[in-house]
Design a protein around this ligand. Structure first.
Ligand SMILES: Cc1cc2nc3c(=O)[nH]c(=O)nc-3n(C[C@H](O)[C@H](O)[C@H](O)COP(=O)(O)O)c2cc1C
Length: 157
């Protein structure tokens, strides 16, 4: 698989429409992934920012509060079926990365890897959080996008 580094906004129209896989890491190095529908990509404070909404009940929520980094991965058609699995069990009591069979690639700027089989991936460093309030009790994690990649085979030549 050949990854091409892209501008963070280049394929944002694809990313915002898809259920994604959010990868996070514990202090002790455990890697977890969860399904994530609620996110946005845009500019805030002069940076490209990926904002993700994560409920306090998720194991991912604890991990994001431990290690302030994540990767957001848009599944390629080959791994779309994994989204349901990642969204219906918790990494607290299982190893979803191992179960799914996806491969992890080290990120360039953060300690959380991205998913090799993803169509698009973003390396993000959490620079701010806010509670979503009455609308739904999620925490919004604002991730500064430090790098973004697309799998070469999805670029029209
Ligand atoms: C398609 C899909 C989209 C989801 N989107 C979100 C979301 O945006 N935010 C959230 O907190 N949970 C979302 N969930 C639920 C979590 O993925 C689910 O609770 C998961 O088991 C949490 O895993 P964890 O405990 O390993 O973090 C979604 C689930 C599915 C199936």
């Amino acid at each position: 698989m050949t990854k091409k580094e892209i501008d963070p906004y280049d394929f944002a129209d694809i990313t915002i429409k898809k259920d994604c896989l959010l990868v996070s890491r514990s202090n002790s190095g455990k890697i977890n992934m969860m399904a994530l529908a609620w996110k946005s990509i845009g500019e805030l404070w002069g940076f490209p920012i990926c904002t993700v909404a994560v409920a306090p009940s998720r194991y991912t929520y604890s991990l994001l509060n431990e290690v302030h980094e994540f990767t957001l991965n848009v599944p390629s058609p080959d791994i779309e079926s994994i989204v349901l699995m990642a969204g219906s069990s918790s990494g607290r009591d299982s190893d979803k990365i191992k179960q799914s069979g996806v491969n992890l690639t080290p990120s360039k700027n953060i300690s959380v890897p991205y998913i090799e089989e993803a169509m698009i991936s973003y390396e993000c460093k959490v620079i701010h959080t806010v509670e979503s309030g009455n609308i739904c009790s999620h925490r919004l994690f604002f991730g500064k996008i430090l790098a973004a990649y697309i799998d070469d085979k999805f670029i029209k030549k």
